[in-house]
Design a binder for this molecule. Structure first.
Ligand code: CAO
Length: 243
């Protein structure tokens, strides 16, 4: 690809050179690798998380007693794990031999964490086998380790899928980049109360904007549609997570 020409920005005004961290340099390489190798498609949807949010609020006191913070993230992890089981084409990687797909029978999910040193993606293992409290505690612990620069290489390996949540920051949607060799990533934006037509009137519902990017070599649009519809239905009725 044509190189971006070097520019002497000092010609245009005051500048300073800021050294990139090791993590930033790794991010540069992995983003370019994903961007150039993966034919991306991104689909958008909104989940009605009104009931999920009422339940989460009801659990606030219990969460405090347990010493954990229950954010929407553990629910998202749990729902993604169920969707990966429901639509296994998202739990694959393309084999380097060009002849095979690797179908994974475990469900490990990465969580993108912004840290002062750059973007890190610690991995929660066997999400499908863990409860909400365990996922809340583990994601908070891994996010803290990430921010404190204490993650070990093994904490960042083996993800099947990634969740990138900008929900606490803001925005109504974005197109996340697949963290190859994974084949899917869920982008989570900020939940807002919106008027939703229930068949006879508009009712205020808390809607969570989601974007699902996938590697179109490994996942076709119909599979992605099924994965996403299932995920959105689980978040809309979390009782279904126990089915
Ligand atoms: N919509 C609205 N509010 C949301 C939300 C959403 N989608 N997701 C979280 N929130 C709320 C939480 O409920 C919490 O509010 P309360 O205290 O009132 O419950 C508040 O935002 C802060 O949440 P949090 O950030 O502490 O926790 P989290 O579990 O949502 O996120 C983590 C954890 C690790 C994802 C987050 O700390 C982080 O690092 N975010 C940045 C992600 C990032 O940089 N992604 C990279 C994108 S790719 O370049």
């Amino acid at each position: 690809i044509p190189a971006v020409p070097a520019v002497d920005f000092a010609k245009f005004g005051d500048i300073e050179l800021v050294k990139m961290s090791k993590i930033q340099k790794v991010t540069v390489a992995s983003m370019v690798r994903s961007w150039l190798n993966v034919p991306h498609v991104t689909q958008f949807d909104e989940a009605d998380i009104s009931d999920l949010e009422s339940f989460r609020k009801e659990m606030k006191a219990e969460a405090e007693n347990r010493g954990v913070k229950l954010t929407p993230l553990p629910f998202l992890l749990k729902a993604c794990a169920a969707a990966l089981r429901h639509e296994p084409s998202f739990n694959t990687s393309l084999h380097a031999d060009g002849e095979h797909m690797v179908q994974k029978h475990y469900v490990h999910i990465g969580v993108a964490v912004a840290t002062p040193a750059g973007l890190l993606v610690p991995v929660i293992q066997n999400v499908d086998k863990k409860g909400l409290w365990e996922l809340a505690a583990e994601s908070a612990e891994l996010a803290k380790k990430a921010r404190d620069g204490k993650l070990l290489p093994r904490d960042m390996q083996g993800a099947c899928f990634t969740v990138s949540s900008l929900g606490a920051i803001g925005g109504s949607g974005f197109t996340p980049i697949v963290n190859t060799p994974e084949v899917g990533i869920l982008g989570v934006s900020k939940a807002e109360i919106k008027p939703v037509w229930n068949g006879s009137e508009f009712v205020p519902r808390q809607m969570l904007p989601l974007s699902l990017s996938y590697d179109h070599r490994a996942v076709n649009g119909a599979d992605a549609g099924r994965f996403f519809t299932f995920l959105v239905s689980l978040l809309g009725d979390i009782r279904r997570l126990i089915l």
